[in-house]
Design a protein around this ligand. Structure first.
Ligand code: SF4
Ligand code: SF4
Ligand code: FES
Length: 662
């Protein structure tokens, strides 16, 4: 990464070095000096309106007075923060502010700092309201920078200048996020519409604002979610060989650029506004395509608005080998319109396509359609059939498990179908290649609700950030994260503000992969809402009750034991020769370095067998370790003593698990 160039400056005789282009106010603080500020806010772009932070700078002997909050350091400077002339200017300014707003606490403090106790400038424009607006512009900037709205601004000139929404009425673009109220130093803005009646709205706002500030300042360099939504993940997954291609056989594709975030942003996304996910969200990561003309189906020829595409829909398209962006947007639209989940559909279609291409099924099974990877017209046809309850679309609509069982009953090759049919507990895998991440295999397989997409973050932690390298780390992660994820999901909190945008210094924290500051934020939201303080232990106990209850319910329904947590081998390693050979260097190296087997002279089939045995054993070991940590039996059933510890050893629950105890 390119280093920011440093530059040496002298402040009140003290020499320090600061990044070129950084603001002088930060350098003054770094050197241990202070200047009064009124319009400055650490999370907002400086605008230099109050002029209290004035200092003298000299470059090559030429001196001038500048506002330090918005003065970028580009040259070697000599800086003076205090002398008679500066103090005199500041005093006059402070007197003027005090004259106009004599009872505003922030102004009184500033005046005191400047040595002013009374003002000579009291007049008929003096506003005695202790919560008067002092025109600092914090709110205007917060609305623009945090929320990407421009709902607030000033109207009038001179002494008539005042804060307002357009035409003086409540603007419909106001999302009610309260960012403006939070940054207001005087309390001039009050959010009156707090319908949820939180126990401590200030606590919620304090922590919410930190998140708003992070989104405003860090998202652009971390994920670009505000710009392109979750579509940014397509680019990352393809680069890390984790984007599912051709039924999870491969992790990247040369045509992936046709459906990546750059392409979608340049040619498709037309909306980037506060979205319907949550109106007050300043991230607004949902994107949309306006005026898209459909080419198939009941709305053929019509112009529509398409909500998306998001990562999983685009990745599902790659999984079906479909890299035509027009297809992607149309597929997205019709799945939404028909109420069909894009993930389950893509994973099922990808399975059908592999079965077709490998000759396990043929046109007699598909109603005459050639369902090869990349067959965009046929995919749309199946989607319409599914919605209309016609043809082969009805069978595809039953999902991977149903198709597997049907075809196996018809005598088609059971092991191959079980290996490539990407489902666990009857739910189709979401769109990530898990072969090289044991943690993510467990994350999907051992999720109580199945391999669903909100269980997929471990792949980032494991493969992209390498934060859980050892077996023990992975087992511990599979204890903590499913609990934490379930906890904040049930509280209605969003994953993006937990681990997509992270604090700039997160990497310095102990257990950085948990994003400790954001876990604390979430606990504070809970406390602010309910009035009940929460620490990690209380939080985990709270959710462990829910999680164990869910597991027991799954057992009751026939999905809650070890057999149900096993995953198809395609999720663990290469099923076909072609798959192994496409990444032969990687697999051969692993045989040698991890398993201790020399691949030289061995056939691909022999090497695949050794690799498979090793990976399946690792997965079984992981299940043992995770069950132990969760307080479950070796068969994955909650132990009665664990239920007792959690205070949920209710007779009805004990009845369900008692015969499965060790
Ligand atoms: S509540 Fe949010 S959107 Fe509305 S004016 Fe304030 S900052 Fe802007
Ligand atoms: S309302 Fe508050 S934040 Fe906005 S300009 Fe006035 S004092 Fe500053
Ligand atoms: S703080 Fe610098 S001009 Fe207001």
């Amino acid at each position: 990464m390119a280093q920011t160039k440093k530059i040496e400056i002298t402040i009140n005789g003290k020499v320090i070095s600061v990044p070129r282009g950084s603001m002088l106010l930060g350098a003054i603080k770094q050197a241990g000096f202070d200047v009064p500020v009124l319009c400055h806010h650490k999370d907002l772009t400086p605008n230099g309106s109050c002029r209290l932070c004035i200092v003298k700078v000299s470059i090559n002997g030429r001196s001038s007075i500048v506002t330090s909050c918005n003065y970028p350091v580009r040259d070697k400077l000599l800086v003076v923060t205090e002398d008679d002339e500066l103090n005199k200017h500041r005093k006059i300014l402070a007197e003027m502010y005090l004259g106009r707003w004599p009872n505003v606490e922030a102004v009184k403090q500033i005046a005191k700092k400047c040595g002013v106790e009374n003002s000579r400038f009291a007049s008929d424009i003096t506003d005695t309201n202790p919560k008067a607006c002092i025109l600092c512009t914090h709110c205007v900037r917060a609305c623009k920078e945090f929320v990407l709205e421009e709902v607030l601004d000033f109207a009038g000139r001179g002494i008539k200048r005042h804060l307002t929404m357009p035409f003086g009425v409540v603007d419909r673009h106001c999302v009610g996020c309260s960012s403006c109220a939070y940054v207001c130093p005087t309390g001039a803005i009050e959010i009156v519409d707090d319908l949820n009646n939180p126990a401590d709205p200030i606590m919620i706002r304090n922590h919410g604002m930190k998140i708003n500030a992070e989104m405003a300042t860090l998202d652009a360099v971390q994920n670009r979610m505000r710009e392109v939504g979750t579509a940014n993940i397509i680019d990352v997954m393809n680069a890390y060989d984790l984007l599912p291609v051709h039924n999870f056989r491969y992790g990247s594709h040369p045509e992936a650029h046709k459906i990546d975030s750059k392409m979608l942003k340049r040619h498709y996304f037309t909306q980037g506004m506060a979205d319907g996910c949550w109106k007050g969200c300043s991230m607004a990561c949902a994107k949309a395509v306006d005026g898209f003309v459909l080419r198939t189906g009941p709305y053929k020829g019509q112009k529509v608005v398409v909500d998306g595409p998001e990562y999983e829909t685009a990745a599902g398209s790659a999984n079906m080998g479909c890299f035509d962006p027009d297809f992607l947007v149309e597929f997205n639209f019709y799945c939404d319109t028909y109420g069909i989940d894009t993930i389950s559909f893509s994973t099922t279609m990808a399975f059908v396509m592999e079965a077709f291409e490998s000759g396990v099924i043929n046109e007699n099974d598909t109603g005459g359609m050639k369902l090869k990877f990349g067959a965009t017209n046929e995919v749309l046809e199946i989607l319409h059939q599914m919605a209309e309850g016609k043809g082969f679309g009805v069978e595809v609509g039953q999902g991977v498990r149903w198709l597997k069982e049907k075809w196996i009953k018809e005598g088609k090759p059971a092991q191959f179908l079980n290996d490539i049919g990407m489902e666990t507990k009857g739910l189709e895998f979401s769109e990530y290649v898990t072969k090289e991440s044991l943690a993510q295999q467990g994350g999907y397989g051992m999720a109580v609700k199945g391999p669903q997409h909100d269980e997929a973050w471990l792949i980032f932690m494991d493969m992209v950030n390498n934060q859980i390298p050892t077996f023990e780390d992975k087992a511990e992660a599979l204890y903590y994260f499913p609990l934490f994820r379930t906890w904040f999901g049930l509280q209605g909190l969003c994953k993006i503000i937990w681990n997509d945008v992270v604090p700039a210094d997160n990497y310095l924290q102990k257990e950085a992969h948990k994003i400790p500051e954001h876990v604390r934020n979430f606990q504070k939201f809970y406390e602010g809402m309910t009035g009940i303080p929460l620490d990690e232990k209380k939080m985990l106990d709270q959710i462990a009750r829910v999680y164990n209850l869910q597991r027991i319910m799954s057992k009751l329904l026939g999905f809650g034991t070890r057999k149900d947590d096993r995953i198809p081998y395609r999720a663990m390693g290469p099923v076909t020769k072609e798959e192994y050979e496409s990444r032969a260097e990687r697999y051969d190296r692993q045989l040698k370095e991890i398993i201790g087997v020399d691949p030289a002279g061995k056939s691909t089939e022999e090497k695949m067998k050794i690799l498979r045995k090793y990976r399946e054993e690792q997965y079984e070991k992981l299940m043992d370790a995770v069950y132990k940590r969760r307080g479950w039996t070796k068969d994955g059933v909650p132990k009665i003593e664990r239920l007792r510890e959690l205070g949920i050893d209710l007779p009805e629950l004990v009845e369900i698990v008692k015969d499965a105890q060790e």
